[in-house]
Design a protein. Structure first.
Length: 303
């Protein structure tokens, strides 16, 4: 009888007639997917940024401001991943979307951040992206556990009567995640220790979880194009070290990627950093299915 309880809760919730909570996520469709996994039919979720957009460079338009204003909950990556958001919130001047408000959730809280030892702030250029730690923490699938825990609490504060429903949804997601993790670790076991170069500092969490070694990045300062001298040194390093794999994103500078691969002899692989960035990455779990499939194929071809 206890096994039937989560399904009973979901059935009861489906019969609930209240309007869904309107949730807006900032610059990653992954947050949207995770909110949907927990909130189910009790939420309507929109992401301010499309999946193939550079998340650090969003231009907020009036329609997006209206979405934030109408939201019951705003969910953000935090740190300095959304440098445009604070200006947007100042424009709205809505006291609901301030730190510690029940309508505002920063999912970076409680995450063990990478690259956070020394804030990368320079007086001449201001705070760079990733200035307080690498912001791409959702690309470690284990981090979806604290993220969804925080989402559950935020939703339950706004709809306390639906806590059991949210808990049942999250448990179902975590059960599916744990099963997929077994598959992903088996697939990545033979790739452990593979040395790679990445275009952007998007992949340290993914690499740490699955045993890849990121030797260098094409952008030494996140979001800033490399100088010709830096690029020449990187290409030489890749040749000397025998690094055969360059990881790019769909919005990476294509000419720079071609230059690096043609001169170093490495193979470029495009990984998808957000849900919806590829037809096979329709939700959070299939995002990792796709990237691990692409990686396995590329490493096998490069050997």
């Amino acid at each position: 009888m206890l096994y039937a309880l989560p399904f009973l809760l979901l059935w009861i919730a489906d019969a609930w007639g209240a309007d869904p909570l309107y949730v807006v996520t900032t610059s990653t469709t992954d947050l949207k997917a995770l909110v949907q996994s927990v909130g189910g039919k009790r939420v309507q979720v929109e992401s301010l940024a499309p999946p193939l957009h550079d998340p650090h460079a969003l231009e907020v338009k009036p329609g997006q401001l209206s979405k934030i204003k109408d939201a019951s909950l705003l969910v953000r990556i935090g740190l300095d991943h959304e440098p445009w958001l604070d200006h947007a919130l100042r424009t709205l001047s809505d006291r609901r979307f301030v730190r510690d408000s029940p309508n505002y959730l920063d999912t970076s809280k409680g995450i063990q951040l990478l690259q956070a030892e020394t804030p990368r702030v320079r007086a001449d250029k201001g705070a760079h992206v990733h200035g307080f730690g690498n912001t791409h923490y959702w690309l470690d699938p284990e981090n979806s556990k604290p993220i969804t825990a925080a989402i559950l609490e935020a939703l339950a504060r706004l709809a306390p009567g639906e806590r059991l429903y949210f808990e049942a949804n999250r448990k179902r997601f975590l059960d599916q995640l744990d099963e997929r993790l077994k598959i992903w670790f088996r697939a990545m076991a033979r790739l452990k220790g593979t040395r790679v170069v990445t275009v952007h500092e998007t992949w340290p969490y993914f690499a740490q979880r699955f045993g890849l070694v990121v030797v260098a990045v094409v952008e030494p300062t996140p979001g800033v194009p490399p100088s010709p001298s830096y690029l020449a040194g990187l290409i030489q390093k890749m040749r000397d070290s025998g690094i055969k794999l360059l990881i790019a994103e769909p919005y990476s500078n294509a000419s720079v990627v071609r230059q690096v691969t043609s001169q170093s002899g490495a193979t470029a692989i495009t990984l998808i950093s957000s849900v919806g960035g590829g037809s096979e990455a329709s939700d959070y779990l299939s995002l990792f299915d796709l990237n691990i499939k692409r990686l396995s194929s590329a490493v096998a071809a490069a050997r």
